[in-house]
Design a protein around this ligand. Structure first.
Ligand SMILES: *Cc1c(COP(=O)(O)O)cnc(C)c1O
Length: 391
């Protein structure tokens, strides 16, 4: 079945023909007799015993996401970061080494660079993900994991997924990708040899700015090990109602992504041509240095992009952000609502200015998430604010 059919066709005959899945708002499941609960425990990852491990409403959403990603199985979690930390913990042991990219999502960076390092002496190397040789050079005898995020959610740089997956396989190294930016509609990393895919479902998968959620997708063996290992023990499970909201969102995922791509391309093109914008980071633009790679491994482009204003003065940057009316100021992205954020606001609270610069970002960098509003209105909003900048 094609994506649209997977996400929109349901058959709930045993639920009175209800056209929408019911919400199983129960914590546990009871059994007829000793033998049946005994049997259930033999297949703990697949039996309805307790809603921390498996819930029927959440399971329907998980099955659809697994099919969409062309994996065997998916597990929804309480947040994207719960999915990320569970997947990473599954792949590494104390004393191991992992490789990731420099511009990784902030909390993932903290987890790898502080938490794993300080608590478990897990070493990490942060490479420029645009160059496969950098991964190759960073491999050590104890490297167990290559953790990717392509495109990266701030600088929008890509990694070559099939080549890196091949390299990792040849050395017995596991690969994980944070595929939040592209969504499973536009990029299918498991088909390119990546072992584990994770998402912040708070972004496009849920898409309505009303759910915080995450998901892990992989083959059955890996997923069963994660479910009975990290997922059961760390307990970051998804609530039934959240699962139902994700299921609701999945129906419109392909048409939302298509609409967002059309609007975002127009916004990116407008920004690229504006004299008060120095550079636009968006892999869908033909001028992007990684355009060819994007075409090779993605079938579309989404709504998150960043750009550099033609001023380094904080007062002017503030004035630009505050002048926007349709782009609301806030963290997160991927919803129906367009958003703006300036990384300098929070990054400089955590990083020294030289580290900030070392990540290839500076105070002039603005990130926007294009939502589902009319593109001409969005462009007008940006245009008005950009005209306030004096260079
Ligand atoms: C938001 C985000 C996350 C974290 O997801 P939460 O659902 O907020 O926990 C992880 N990766 C990327 C790229 C994100 O943008």
């Amino acid at each position: 079945m094609k994506d649209e059919t997977i996400l929109n066709h349901d058959d709930y005959k045993d639920q009175h023909g209800a056209v929408v899945a019911p919400i199983y708002q129960n914590s546990l499941f009871t059994f007829d007799d000793w033998d049946s609960i005994d049997r259930a425990f033999d297949h703990k990852a697949e039996a309805f015993i307790y809603s921390r491990l498996l819930n029927p409403t959440v399971q329907i959403a998980e099955q659809k996401i697994a099919a969409l990603c062309q994996g065997d199985k998916a597990k929804l979690c309480a947040s994207g970061i719960a999915a990320i930390t569970s997947a990473i913990l599954h792949c590494v042991n104390a004393g191991d080494h992992l490789i990731t990219i420099k511009n990784i999502y902030g909390p993932t960076n903290n987890f790898i660079n502080k938490y794993l390092k300080n608590k478990f002496k897990i070493e990490s190397t942060f490479v420029d993900g645009r160059y496969v040789e950098e991964f190759e050079k960073a491999i050590k005898p104890n490297t167990q994991l290559i953790y990717l995020e392509s495109p990266a959610s701030l600088t929008l740089e890509l990694q070559d997924l099939s080549v890196i997956a091949q390299l990792a396989k040849s050395k017995g190294i596991k690969t994980i990708i944070d595929n939040t930016w592209a969504s499973p509609v536009f990029q299918k990393p498991l088909t390119m040899g990546i072992d584990i895919e994770v998402h912040s479902a708070s972004k496009y998968l849920a898409g309505h700015s009303d759910v915080v959620a995450g998901v892990i997708i992989s083959d059955k063996q890996t997923m069963d090990a994660i479910i009975t290992g990290e997922h059961e023990l760390l307990g970051a499970k998804m609530a039934p109602f959240e699962g139902w909201l994700v299921l609701r969102s999945l129906r419109t995922l392909p048409i939302r992504m298509q609409a967002i791509m059309n609007k975002a391309m127009k916004v990116a093109t407008f920004l690229e041509q504006h004299s008060n914008v120095v550079q636009v980071h968006y892999p869908g633009l033909k001028s992007n240095s990684q355009y060819e790679l994007g075409q090779k491994q993605m079938s579309g482009y989404t709504g998150l992009m960043s750009f550099e204003l033609a001023t380094k003065e904080l007062e002017q940057i503030k004035q630009f952000v505050d002048a926007l009316k349709l782009f609301k100021l806030g963290v997160s992205w991927g919803g129906h609502d367009s958003l703006v954020y300036a990384p300098v606001i929070s990054y400089l609270k955590e990083l020294s200015p030289d580290k900030f610069e070392a990540m290839n970002i500076n105070a002039s960098l603005i990130r926007i998430s294009v939502g589902l509003e009319d593109h001409e209105d969005l462009i007008h909003d940006l245009d008005v604010a950009l005209q306030l900048i004096q260079t």
